[in-house]
Design a protein around this ligand. Structure first.
Ligand SMILES: [Zn+2]
Length: 285
């Protein structure tokens, strides 16, 4: 009960501070905190997130890399998922994020304290990561990343693609996974224009619309076999997981689904951008 009221006061606190972020909280999805079975995606890449807030673990002989922490209250679920797979949460050496919004990064401070992992964040999201404002983790960033930087551990190599717009430092992670053949995994940071976002005449983020344009051009250029992202809803996590359990195979290998998703999100962005150009100052619904 305490937690709930604390959460609600954070929600209303954020409502005053940042309309975009607050709407995100106001639309709380029951799947955010719902447990989901941990499972192997392919090779050394595992899913250890909740039913919607995706967390990825890359397991190596030198320890593990985690992408995303979810909300602080979800960290015990992530811990449990890692251990259920037979790995050690304490072996988390590197912590990465999709972007600096609470549903993906609020728990990074907790994971850092519990495991000693090094936090690595795209340059333009570092101020939001280190901020102590409500809903922000206030966590020290150990390594500042730039577009195209790689993160390596125990033979695993991830590339950070700067895909801004949704946040200034929103990051799409790619890696190659060996599973019989080489699979290109793409973990989309976010292509979404949230309710409340201002694309035209945004004083805090003047280049926001052009950043989205850049992001779609980057996403369209990435080779993709394993279609993944910051939310399970981006790539149909639940349906694909059920399909894999029922009929086998790897439904997450979905290059056509990736292309269709990026095209649909780009069309949605373009439509909203056009609407705002005709109605300057009117935020996204
Ligand atoms: Zn977000």
């Amino acid at each position: 009960m305490m937690r709930r009221s604390l959460f609600l006061s954070l929600v209303f606190g954020l409502a005053l501070l940042a309309p975009g972020n607050s709407r995100l909280h106001a639309q709380a999805n029951p799947d955010w905190h719902r447990p989901f079975p941990a499972f192997k995606i392919a090779g050394n890449l595992y899913y250890v997130g909740t039913a919607d807030l995706a967390v990825y673990m890359i397991q190596t002989p030198q320890g593990n890399i985690l992408i995303n922490s979810d909300f602080a209250e979800d960290v015990p679920l992530i811990h449990k998922s890692i251990e259920q797979l037979g790995f050690k949460y304490a072996d988390t050496k590197i912590l990465l994020i999709s972007h600096a919004h609470s549903d993906h990064d609020e728990g990074v401070g907790l994971i850092k304290r519990e495991t000693g992992a090094k936090l690595m964040v795209m340059d333009a999201d570092v101020p939001a990561e280190e901020s102590t404002a409500p809903g922000r983790p206030g966590a020290h960033v150990d390594r500042v990343l730039h577009d195209g930087d790689t993160v390596e551990l125990g033979g695993a190599k991830l590339t950070a693609h700067w895909t801004p717009g949704h946040t200034k430092g929103c990051t799409t992670w790619t890696m190659q996974v060996q599973e019989g053949r080489t699979l290109n995994a793409v973990i989309i940071g976010s292509p979404n224009v949230n309710p409340g976002y201002v694309l035209v005449g945004n004083k805090d983020y003047p280049q926001i619309a052009h950043d989205y344009v850049k992001t779609f051009s980057v996403l369209k250029g990435l080779p993709c076999d394993l279609f993944l992202g910051a939310h399970g809803a981006y790539f149909g996590l639940k349906a694909k997981y059920e399909k894999m359990k029922a009929v086998g195979g790897n439904a997450l290998i979905d290059p056509d689904g990736y292309k269709a998703y990026v095209a649909e999100r780009e069309a949605t962005f373009q439509k909203e951008w056009k609407r705002q150009q005709q109605n300057p100052g009117s935020p996204a619904p």
